[in-house]
Structure formats: C-alpha cells, structure tokens
Design a protein around this ligand. Structure first.
Ligand code: LHQ
Length: 262
C-alpha cells in the first residue's frame, strides 16, 4: 500500500507491531466511508505481513473516535443498514477474528460506533479521564458495531441496558472498574503503557496468542463440553509447535525463552 493514498488514517509498523491511527482530529476522528476504505487497506497490509503479531488502534488529537461522521455526504440516512453491512459489520468481524491481537488505546471521547470499535479490540485500555458513550439513543438510534453483543457479555445485562438506554457517559476509570475494559491509566502514561503492552505481547508465542483469541472469541455460542473439545484440539496443535518445546526447555534450563512463531 502506498502511504500517500492514506489521508484519514495513519498506518505504521515497527517490527511485530502495526498501528492504525484514526486521523481526522478536527472531527473527533468520526468515521467516514473513506476512512473505512483506508482501514480495510491497512488490514489487508497486516494480512500480507507475516511479521505482525499485534495491532494498536488509537485516535489522533484530543479523542479516540466520535462514531459515524453524521455529516459524511456518503452516508445514506435512509439506508443505515447498508452502511453497517458494507463498512461496520465487516470491520468488527475482521478485528475479532484476525489472527493478530488487537489493542485499542483510548484517550478522550469514544462515542457511538467509536465506543464499540474500541470494545471490539481484544484488549481495550484507556486513560482514566477518557469518556465511553453509547451516544446512539441521543439521536434516536440503538447501539450498533457490536455494542449489543459486547456490552452484556462484559458488564452484564443491567449495566449494558443502563448505558444503552440512557447514553450516559462513563470515564475510563469507571469502565475499568466495571470490567468493560482491561485497564486504565493516568493520561500522561497511556502512550507508554500502550507501547509496553504491545511489546510485551509481541515477544510472546504468536501461535498461542492466536489460539487464545480464537477460543475465547468463539466461546459464547458453545456449551462447556464443546468448549473443552475446542481447548483439546487447540492445545494439541500448540503442543506440536517449536515455541512450546522452546518454552519448556527454557523453563527447565532457567533461561528466558526465545520464541519464533513456529
Ligand atoms: C462530529 C461528530 C460526528 C460529525 C463530533 N459526526 N462530526 C453507524 C453507521 C451507520 C449508521 C448510523 O450509526 C452509526 C453509529 C454511530 O456512530 S452514529 C454517531 C454516534 N455519535 C454521536 O452521536 C456523537 C456525536 N458527537 C457528540 O455528541 C460530541 O461531539 C461528543 C460528545 C462526542 C464530543 O463533544 P465535544 O468534546 O464537546 O466535541 P465537539 O462536539 O465540539 O466536536 C468537535 C468537532 O467534531 C465538532 O466539529 P466543529 O466543526 O463544530 O468544530 C463536531 O461537530 C465534530 N464531531 N462528533 N459523530
């Protein structure tokens, strides 16, 4: 992909970590059809780059993302389902099923579909002062982009209903305490904590990270017996990897493991 083609996101890679920055700071990084198109191009690049193990998603400027750009001329107001089908649903599905671990790093506002984009990550981290808002009800809509799926599963039906029905804002610190996100940090250290988490995961055995993601993300539609069988098959695959043998050898030899994703 030619970086010059990108005007609404920034795509960067360093070693095993890719980063997508939503880049319309004047409009609180609200999502346009063009931004979705660029997002897809960046995800295609990640698919084609076997080195990438971690994806960070963040926002430029003062916030993460204010959801759909309500003034985007490409948005067909009488056909919202079409926009969801073409842009949002494939994006959310792709993030939750891609083999890389996705980290959303949220500062400032995450509202509407922007909030649910952040929740679609495998790990969502935020500044304590960030705002998570299911803003949809204020404009006569309901949560989309996976909101009605993520919220009850993470925080239970009552809190999910409360957030969706009232559109009440919660801070990053409250989201952390409710179990909506992984962790919250003081704003000054969010960037360094994001990098630290990404680098920590980038050094881990990638095949195992992917098996964890696949098993967890798909667990909700299975019984315990079915899930035990999924674990059995996946663990059997992992037991045959070089990384498992390296992990055990390193443990027995009391040295750090050197994983190579094979
Ligand atoms: C925006 C937006 C925005 C355009 C701030 N659009 N300009 C998906 C697909 C298909 C169908 C429909 O639904 C969906 C789901 C959705 O996501 S629907 C949209 C859900 N989002 C919202 O309703 C949030 C709307 N924004 C707000 O309520 C406020 O901007 C929040 C509370 C997010 C932030 O407030 P402030 O910090 O006071 O910032 P601001 O309002 O001054 O915004 C800064 C600028 O960004 C401003 O532009 P301007 O040119 O006036 O300086 C806003 O107009 C613009 N902006 N959100 N969603």
């Amino acid at each position: 992909m030619n970086q010059a083609e990108l005007t609404e996101i920034i795509y960067e890679t360093t070693d095993r970590v890719a980063q997508i920055t939503l880049n319309r700071p004047d409009k609180l990084n609200s999502l346009t059809a063009k931004m979705h198109e660029e997002f897809r191009l960046a995800l295609d690049c990640i698919d084609q780059d076997p080195r990438i193990q971690i994806l960070i998603i963040k926002g430029a400027g003062k916030g993460f993302c204010a959801g759909q750009d309500l003034s985007d001329p490409d948005l067909k107001l009488n056909h919202l389902g079409e926009t969801l089908e073409i842009n949002y649903n494939p994006l959310i599905y792709r993030l939750t099923t891609m083999k890389q671990i996705v980290i959303a790093s949220v500062h400032g506002v995450a509202a509407g579909a922007g909030c649910n984009l952040a929740l679609a990550a495998d790990l969502t981290i935020a500044s304590k002062s960030a705002s998570f808002i299911q803003a949809f009800i204020k404009i006569g809509l309901m949560p989309d982009a996976g909101g009605t799926w993520f919220l009850p599963k993470r925080i239970g039906l009552q809190k999910a209903m409360g957030l969706a029905l009232t559109g009440e804002k919660i801070t990053g610190e409250q989201a952390d305490q409710m179990g909506l996100i992984w962790k919250s940090f003081d704003e000054e250290i969010l960037i360094s904590e994001t990098a630290q988490l990404a680098n920590q995961l980038a050094k881990m055995p990638g095949l195992a990270l992917t098996e964890i993601k696949k098993a967890m993300q798909s667990s909700f539609n299975r019984t315990l017996v079915e899930q035990l069988a999924v674990e059995c098959e996946a663990q059997d695959r992992l037991g045959k990897t070089n990384d498992f043998h390296e992990g055990v050898s390193a443990f027995l030899e009391k040295r750090p493991a050197r994983f190579n994703n094979s």
